[in-house]
Ligand binder design. Structure first.
Ligand SMILES: Cc1cc2nc3c(=O)[nH]c(=O)nc-3n(C[C@H](O)[C@H](O)[C@H](O)COP(=O)(O)O)c2cc1C
Length: 163
């Protein structure tokens, strides 16, 4: 079989999907990053999968807590997408640059993003260089509907931690 590597990457780069910002806190630190690998994976019961790179600070923190906050990101929230996707909490305090409050499970809620849910981690599934966090929503806030910012609009951002 030929190596599908480059062709596969070319196919994946044509897809489009909503980008989200996922945050978490443990007893020592709080973290958050821009995430594209996500999906609702069950309707009843409601379940959502968020995939975090093993290199990211957010994954490190998410291993130590059962609560993740999943924020929808609108097209007008591009500066937040750039901050959370282009910088790593290993080098930069992202939360010093945004407004936030403590939310469910002590995790930071970004107050400029009014569409979000808190998920309880039911399982952590190793998937390769990402870990899948299977979430059950425990609290959800639906504010004004917005057009989501998508992968095609932000794929030029240089990730804070290269995959
Ligand atoms: C277009 C795009 C998609 C991304 N998708 C994911 C993803 O699905 N999962 C993930 O963990 N990181 C993803 N990242 C990378 C993180 O957002 C980035 O490395 C971030 O700086 C990590 O921050 P942290 O180390 O503070 O957690 C993506 C970045 C970009 C620009």
């Amino acid at each position: 079989m030929s190596d599908p590597g480059n062709e596969f990457a070319a196919l994946m780069s044509q897809l489009d999907y909503a980008m989200l910002i996922v945050t978490a806190a443990d007893t020592r630190e709080q973290s958050g990053c821009l995430v594209g690998f996500t999906s609702q994976v069950s309707i009843d019961p409601p379940r959502f999968l968020v995939c975090l790179s093993v290199k990211n600070q957010t994954h490190r923190v998410a291993q130590n807590t059962d609560t993740l906050i999943v924020h929808l990101v609108g097209v007008e929230d591009e500066p937040l997408a750039r901050l959370f996707g282009g910088e790593t909490g290993d080098e930069v305090d992202k939360f010093a640059q945004v407004s936030w409050r403590e939310g469910p499970g002590g995790a930071p809620v970004l107050t400029d993003l009014e569409n979000w849910f808190a998920g309880q981690t039911l399982a952590r599934v190793p998937l390769g260089d990402h870990v899948g966090y299977l979430l059950a929503p425990v609290e959800a806030h639906a504010g004004q509907r917005q057009a989501p910012i998508t992968f095609q609009q932000v794929k030029s951002i240089d990730p804070g931690h290269p995959a």
